[in-house]
Design a protein around this ligand. Structure first.
Ligand code: PLP
Length: 386
């Protein structure tokens, strides 16, 4: 007899675990998993040490330390002109992952439909399923990953409760345009649907473009949960400090789920997060430049190895079209790349409800040190002779 509950039995192991194990076994350069292999900024590490030494070591308030909620309100005002009340509209959670889960558990009833763009970040669908909701998928197609408003409209009906928008989008690097967000906003209002925007890559947008946030569109602040976290912006993916910004009634629903999941995140890291979130805007400009250089380096390396990268507008990922290379699918290509070429990438079929839709793609991460990317570039040349 299996002890495993039905609600988790179908989930399996994530593709990240599998590819990381294969990468380690073959000493491959790991451009699979999306975390930096370089040091986090000194100022944030010092702030965390100082918080621990100052004995900020007991439970934080369940909705987060007041100074952090205040700093997030301030930052959201500066970047987006959104005025969020730090007491009634902001909740600090254990990373964007808990924010996603608490939002879905707090808002979705069994039988409710949730619209998800695919390829999707891998925690959305299990969270919807654990809440008893039904995911409905909109497939973004390469190389533009554009949305067709008429096709999207067919997914909205009387059972639709929520739509999830991840912009900038992992794994495609797509940045939702103002026009696309406008179409989504119109459909949400027409069908009385809530929106959850996962904006963890909000500060990684390239080529002088701007990140647009759905909550800023007329009529949307009152039906949108904005989610972000420290991990990507401050190179501390292991800290798991995330937050939601939502109107008071929706915040209450998120809070009810959160209080019994984790109650609160790590107090000293929340204290250090105040220093992070209060950085001047020059910090964010430098961050974008830093990552743009890495993106361009990887794009060159992929092109010169004879691959076909799709230039990302944001995030720290590049999708590559591998459909013409003669592999059975993306998993076969990524296994070959890891074991024979010595570079690990992620097969994106795991991010589609119909894996065949991702079979012609591979995802590479460029949140890596120069020397890691240089070694990957050298090894990728082997593809030419392989
Ligand atoms: C789109 C997206 N959302 C959420 C997360 C998780 O963020 P956190 O580490 O803050 O839980 C990630 C991390 O990879 C992500 O890519």
């Amino acid at each position: 007899m299996s002890y495993m509950a039905q609600r988790v039995a179908g989930f399996g192991t994530t593709i990240f675990t599998e590819m990381t194990a294969l990468a380690n076994q073959h000493q491959a350069i790991n451009l699979g998993q999306g975390f930096p292999d370089f040091a986090a900024p000194d100022f944030i590490k010092k702030a965390a040490v100082a918080a621990i030494e100052a004995d900020v070591n007991q439970y934080a308030p369940a909705n987060g330390r007041p100074a952090l909620r205040q700093a997030i309100a301030q930052k959201t005002g500066t970047f987006y002109g959104i005025e969020a009340n730090p007491d009634t509209e902001i909740t600090i959670l254990h990373g964007a992952t808990e924010a996603i889960f608490a939002t879905i558990l707090g808002l979705v009833n069994p039988g409710d439909e949730v619209i998800v763009f695919e390829p999707f970040y891998d925690s959305y669908v299990p969270a919807i399923q654990m809440a008893g909701g039904i995911p409905r998928f909109y497939t973004l197609r390469p190389p533009e990953w554009q949305i067709d408003a008429a096709e999207l409209a067919t997914l909205f009906n009387a059972n639709t409760k929520l739509i999830i928008i991840n912009t900038p989008h992992n794994p495609t690097g797509k940045r939702f345009t103002q026009a696309e967000l406008g179409q989504i906003a119109q459909l949400c209002q027409q069908h009385d649907v809530l929106a959850m925007t996962d904006e963890v890559y909000e500060h990684l947008v390239f080529d002088g473009k701007q990140h647009h946030t759905l909550a800023n569109l007329p009529g949307m602040a009152e039906r949108t949960v904005m989610i972000s976290s420290l991990g990507k912006t401050f190179s501390v993916t292991g800290w798991k400090v995330g937050w939601t910004i939502a109107p008071p009634e929706i915040t209450k629903a998120i809070f009810r789920a959160h209080q019994f999941m984790t109650f609160c995140g790590a107090a000293p890291l929340q204290e250090a997060a105040v220093t992070a979130v209060s950085q001047p805007t020059s910090f964010y400009t430098e961050l974008t430049d830093f990552y743009a250089r890495k993106r361009d380096f990887l794009l060159d390396a992929l092109n010169s190895a004879g691959l076909t990268p799709i230039v990302p507008s944001g995030t720290y990922f590049v999708m590559v079209d591998i459909s013409h290379l003669g592999f059975a699918n993306d998993v076969a290509f990524c296994r070959y790349l890891t074991t024979e070429v010595g570079v690990a990438a992620i097969p994106p079929s795991a991010f589609y409800h119909n894996p065949a839709d991702g079979a012609g793609l591979a995802r590479f991460a460029f949140c890596k040190e120069e020397k890691t990317l240089a070694e990957a570039a050298k090894r990728l040349q082997r593809l030419k002779t392989g």
